[in-house]
Design a protein around this ligand. Structure first.
Ligand code: ZN
Length: 387
């Protein structure tokens, strides 16, 4: 069974006389220490380009990864997921090791749920679908615009969402595309627009968390991308943050209020600070020259407070700030969130959005009449599963 799974995962060649080992990535482990432990030449890491080395810094503790070993115990393949979309794939053929990044294959399907509230939207969604992650995403989507306590029994909830499935199991969080909740009979909407953010019917953003610009930069030297096929290099590239080029020593400010979760060296990212903010948002600041005084893990910081200075530590070709933004463990594009005030779409963009949201409003009307219930999830194992 496991071998079959591995074929699905890599669609590559593998030996039948091999065994697959699933492990959790240890806390504090880096790709380098992993290579050392498994006798993989360190040059494989040092020869990677900057983007791939940065990506290797994105491996999170406890993530499940796979190793394929021959009967003689020789490591043949390794698969390490980076976020929901990409995985590092290391292969060893005739003692030649190769590093590539490949997409994580999953299927997605569009689902519609409509229910009448009986207990709470959270509980009602779980009762209807067994899908805890969906219930969580639903609450997150609305928490800054409505007060759930004001809901009455019988108020209706409609959710359009994209469910991701991998090897027959639910994979990662579902993505809510549009949703409606009635509050004493009055409908409230959220729509996920093309920037991955939620807007209301008036084209106003309803996210609660906004980032202050963390640095005065000269230019954006590398923008955010989940995975893009590089036609010349013939491989997938990813950059889970935005690089702001700025002179060495430029102050870096906390993008929002929060608690410092990490201040130290994080291999390819060099001197790095991560801050936990409200609503499970997290920011990461990498390649710092140094930290501001008193900046250490556990300390609370205010939005705009200087936390460090631009540098070129870790793997970096010149002084810049690599800014990462995460919601839970999912990297999102900071560029769409870096602003001081709430964003409302205007002009042509607003017109386009209203056309887009109108389409969903009609679908929601239909769903209300139909009482859709998607197939219930089978198990309660909703964490990102790779097996
Ligand atoms: Zn970067």
């Amino acid at each position: 069974m496991f071998r079959l799974v591995f074929v699905c995962l890599v669609l590559g060649n593998f030996l039948f006389a091999s065994s697959m080992i699933e492990q959790n990535w240890e806390k504090g482990e880096t790709l380098l220490t992993f290579f050392e432990k498994n006798s993989i030449p360190l040059s494989l890491y040092y020869d990677l380009d900057r983007e791939d080395q940065e990506l290797a810094s994105e491996i999170v503790a406890d993530v499940k990864f796979l190793m394929l070993k021959s009967d003689e115990g020789v490591l043949e393949q390794v698969l390490i997921p980076i976020g929901d979309e990409l995985q590092i794939h290391i292969t060893n053929t005739a003692d030649k090791y190769e590093f590539t990044t490949i997409p994580i294959a999953y299927e997605q399907s569009d689902e519609v749920l409509s229910v009448q509230t009986a207990l709470s939207p959270y509980q009602d969604i779980i009762n209807a679908t067994n899908n805890y992650l969906l219930a969580h995403e639903f609450i997150q989507a609305f928490q800054n615009s409505i007060n759930f306590k004001a809901l009455q029994k019988g108020d209706k909830v409609v959710v359009f969402y994209t469910k991701r499935t991998r090897l027959g199991k639910q994979y990662a969080s579902p993505l809510i595309q549009a949703a409606m909740v009635e509050l004493r009979g009055r409908p409230h909407f959220v729509f996920r627009y093309n920037d991955d953010r939620f807007y209301d019917v008036n084209a106003k953003e309803i996210e609660g968390f906004f980032l202050a610009r963390p640095v005065n930069f000269t230019r954006i030297s590398s923008s955010f991308t989940y995975k893009r096929w590089h036609p010349v290099l013939k491989k997938y590239r990813a950059h889970l943050g935005v690089d702001y080029a700025a002179p060495k020593g430029t102050p870096i400010k906390a993008a929002g209020d929060g608690k410092i979760a990490f201040a130290g060296t994080k291999n390819g990212y060099g001197k790095t600070v991560t801050i936990n903010h409200q609503d499970s948002y997290k920011t990461l600041y990498a390649h710092m020259n140094g930290f501001a005084q008193g900046i250490r893990s556990g300390k609370w910081v205010k939005k705009g407070q200087v936390i460090g200075y631009v540098g070129s530590t870790g793997l970096s070709t010149g002084p810049h700030l690599h800014l990462g933004l995460y919601r839970g463990d999912r990297a999102i594009n900071p560029a769409s969130v870096v602003k001081v005030t709430k964003n409302a779409l205007k002009g042509k963009e607003k017109e386009e959005f209203l056309r887009f949201s109108e389409g969903y409003k009609q679908k929601i009307q239909t769903a209300l009449l139909e009482q859709n219930t998607p197939q219930k999830e089978k198990s309660f194992d909703y964490m990102v599963a790779l097996e």
